[in-house]
Ligand binder design. Sequence first.
Ligand code: ADP
Ligand code: MG
Length: 225
Amino acid sequence: NQEFIQQSEKLNVVGELAAGIAHEIRNPLTSLKGFTQLLNHQFSTESDYVEIMISEIERINTIVGELLLLAKPTEDEFKQVCLEELLENVRMLMSAQANLHGVVINHINQQTIHNLFFNGVENKIKQVFINIIKNAIEAMGNGGKITLETTRLDSKVLIAFHDTGAGIPAHLLHKIGNPFYTTKEKGTGLGLMISKSIIESHDGELRINSIEGKGTTVEVILPVC
Ligand code: ADP
Ligand code: MG
């Protein structure tokens, strides 16, 4: 337990540092991307090299964007957030991408969170739910179902995301959420690590259960007002 605490403190320090550096990288990156796009227009035929440069800049941008989320929220960023609205928002936001992949998103037991508020940083929690749903979509090559299930526990709420995707082999489950651990060609391996750190900064918990070939469940527990 002592070791665990030290580890999570270490992650906090490294996270703050990473977020700070990411912030510094963002501005020069934006101008680099702008000028590279301009360069593309200068060529009469579209240049493959410039295309590659743009897609690599976009990749850096994705990583930087994820690292920025590691910044610890300050006290004044915490607000009362309506969970029902936030989840509905996320579901709408993600439904286009889901549709494109033949994935349907349902919310069951929605009434359990009617008028339920939690104290938190809306955009960060939103990003966590988007990360989880993105992973679920990516795990379902040939379409499938994402079931969002909400349950009231006395002073907390459980938000479960079930998917019917490829699942995770039992012997790899412990690696999920390690920084840079990814099984995807274009993955960053940062999504779940950062999601976990955001949920923990809200005094919540993030857990993953999975059965290979059947699907995965990601559970988020948050304290409610
Ligand atoms: P990335 O999505 O960039 O790979 P994440 O931290 O979001 O990074 O996820 C890490 C890894 O966990 C993924 O590469 C994938 O192997 C596994 N994973 C995450 N969510 C799921 C899921 N819903 N179903 C199957 N595997 C998953
Ligand atoms: Mg991901």
